[in-house]
Design a protein around this ligand. Structure first.
Ligand SMILES: Cc1cc2nc3c(=O)[nH]c(=O)nc-3n(C[C@H](O)[C@H](O)[C@H](O)COP(=O)(O)OP(=O)(O)OC[C@H]3O[C@@H](n4cnc5c(N)ncnc54)[C@H](O)[C@@H]3O)c2cc1C
Length: 309
């Protein structure tokens, strides 16, 4: 028997936690479903310096815990399990999870995105200790140090150029002998004296005990191996939104980001999407939180209008 709620939120990152706060304060019976740990991507980072209100920065995990406590204070429930499908049922939505089903008047999807990983030894262990997937977030920690960027697309060039504002030198490691990035970004990157390109090369291991100290590299043409001492590695080899289970239900771009209106409505009435999972997200904690608030306010109005209460 499915549990009955006004609003079911999928994913406990900053967008979902903020949506939960707003939905609970609107006195809607609200549950936030999470398949992993509270915080989403932000749980990975030790210091968030660009979330307003924390002049000395805040630990990402602690920030997420505080967001959860704040929402629970107003009555938001937490539930655990992976959402596998959303199906229409009697004018409502049946949210199916690995741990049971939930019936909702409205659903807010805040499943975020996972960065593509290299999948090499040392990468997971040193994430947040020199392995980063977000230059805007972490570049400032490596002022005047030598770092590496991996990737050859727009994100790698854009973020790599951002890293040069802080680092003394940025090696760009790319598995091919030319970039995929747009011409204008390529021109800027090639003109930047801090950037040095390492072509036809892949990272085979991230080195270091408590922090990144270097990379093991392999040239894909010659097969030659080498070691590159760096203090950080910024990885930009794509991002995949956690939206696979929604294909066929909602309209998405080719990368799997969900199209929404300014009020976070998807094309399915009563279903909203917010944060990194939507198209054109700026992929920051503060914008994800803002999206979550917008979606919850709109979901509250939708329930009032549709269910007359
Ligand atoms: C290492 C790192 C450092 C960062 N540092 C900063 C920073 O300093 N400042 C900043 O502003 N931004 C930073 N970012 C970016 C920021 O974390 C994201 O923009 C933000 O977390 C997006 O929030 P979200 O709620 O949309 O999604 P996410 O944070 O991705 O959360 C989504 C959640 O949904 C869950 N989920 C997904 N699918 C399902 C499902 N089917 N069922 C149940 N649960 C599901 C996931 O497990 C996850 O917990 C950083 C990102 C990374 C990776």
């Amino acid at each position: 028997m499915a549990q009955d709620h006004d609003i079911v939120i999928i994913g406990a990152g900053p967008a979902g936690l903020t949506a939960g706060l707003y939905a609970a304060r609107a006195r809607r019976r609200t549950i936030l479903l999470e398949r992993n740990v509270t915080g989403g991507q932000i749980a990975l980072t030790s210091l968030v310096e660009n979330y307003p209100g924390f002049p000395d920065g805040v630990n990402g995990f602690d920030l997420a815990q505080a967001m959860q406590q704040q929402a629970e204070k107003y009555g938001m429930e937490m539930g655990y399990g992976e959402v596998t499908a959303i199906q229409p049922k009697d004018g409502r939505h049946l949210v199916k999870t690995t741990e049971g089903d939930y019936l909702a008047k409205s659903v807010i999807i805040t499943g975020g995105a996972d960065y593509n990983r290299l999948g090499v030894p040392g990468e997971e262990r040193l994430t947040g200790r020199g392995v980063s997937y977000c230059a805007t977030c972490d570049a400032a920690f490596f002022k005047d140090q030598v770092v590496a960027v991996v990737g050859g697309g727009d994100a790698a060039m854009d973020e790599g150029l951002f890293v040069t504002r802080y680092a003394s030198k940025v090696y760009v490691i790319h598995r091919r002998d030319q970039l995929r990035a747009s011409k204008i970004l390529q021109e800027r990157a090639f003109a930047n004296p801090k950037m040095e390109f390492v072509w036809n090369t892949v990272v085979t291991e991230v080195l270091g005990e408590d922090a990144v100290t270097g990379l093991r590299l392999r040239n894909v043409v010659t097969g030659g191996e080498s070691t590159l001492p760096v203090a950080a590695i910024f990885i930009f080899i794509g991002l995949h939104p956690n939206s696979d289970y929604l294909k066929g239900l909602l309209r998405m771009d080719e990368g799997g980001h969900i199209y929404v209106s300014d009020w976070m409505d998807t094309e399915a009435p009563g279903i909203f999407a917010a944060g990194d999972i939507r198209v054109n997200s700026s992929r920051q904690v503060v914008s994800a939180a803002g999206d979550g608030a917008t979606a919850a306010i709109k979901a509250d109005h939708y329930i009032t209008d549709t269910f007359k209460g």
